[in-house]
Design a protein. Structure first.
Length: 263
């Protein structure tokens, strides 16, 4: 009965983590390029009182054993990098990645980070930056006075100047990177991810090549959170938590009944 108390407590802790993760998913339902997290469970160590297949007499073995589990734990929260929906913003500086690629971002410290958020803006000198002002890599600078800015599906950035609207000027190309295991990236907030040993090294490529995907100008990728699915998961987690509290109460009642025997 004492074991049941601790076993049920592991279930309560695990479901509490699920609710925390679900809350984060729902909170970011309108975050550009957000990727939902999925909790993965593992059962804990078993107390083995009888090994399956152990001998009961010469030539005879028990068909099953006697193993009592110690509960559950959350083994990890996996980021699911499925494609989010694309929304037409009609903003020429907005770009969406239709594929598995990431935009490279350079922090003020010089470190490189990666993002799916294509809400790019111009800073005071015409550089394309994130909403936090971080430069994208390779750096693209839009000169003052440009009439139109065009970003092709392959990342090529061109402009037209006043008086020469029929002649476009090539300013460079936005490249994308992809990872062998994007779920191994470290989420750092601000829609940024950092490379880790688990993610593998970034593979840089022209958009449309090596599985990086294409760039869509004037669109933004929304989060891949399905609100209905998350709410159903929230209800299941709540019920599982309640079931574990009932197991605690049942074990406590049994202990109380046992203590009454000596009174």
């Amino acid at each position: 009965m004492i074991r049941a108390l601790f076993t049920a407590a592991t279930g309560m802790n695990a479901q509490s983590t699920v609710i925390d993760n679900t809350s984060n998913n729902l909170a970011n339902v309108n975050t550009n390029g957000f990727k939902k997290g999925q909790a993965d469970f593992q059962d804990l160590i078993y107390v083995t009182e009888k090994v399956p297949g152990s001998d009961v007499s010469q030539g005879f073995q028990v068909p099953t054993g006697l193993q009592i589990g110690s509960g559950v734990k959350v083994a990890g929260i996996t980021k699911i990098f499925t494609q989010g929906g694309l929304v037409n913003t009609q903003n020429p500086n907005d770009v969406a990645i239709e594929g598995d690629g990431f935009i490279q971002v350079t922090l003020p410290s010089g470190e490189i980070r990666y993002t799916r958020d294509g809400a790019l803006r111009l800073n005071a000198v015409g550089n394309l930056v994130t909403s936090d002002g971080f430069l994208i890599t390779p750096q693209i600078t839009i000169p003052q006075g440009a009439v139109t800015t065009s970003i092709g599906a392959d990342g090529t950035v061109t402009i037209t100047n006043p008086g020469a609207t029929n002649a476009s000027v090539n300013l460079g190309q936005i490249t994308l990177v992809r990872f062998q295991n994007p779920a191994g990236l470290s989420a750092e907030g601000r829609n940024l991810f950092a490379e880790t040993v688990s993610s593998g090294t970034p593979i840089t490529a022209t958009p449309g090549l090596n599985g990086t995907g294409l760039i869509r100008q004037g669109f933004l990728e929304r989060s891949n959170v399905d609100v209905v699915t998350e709410l159903v998961g929230l209800i299941l987690a709540q019920r599982a938590y309640e079931f574990n509290t009932r197991a605690v109460r049942t074990a406590d009642n049994m202990l109380s009944a046992t203590s009454e025997l000596i009174r």
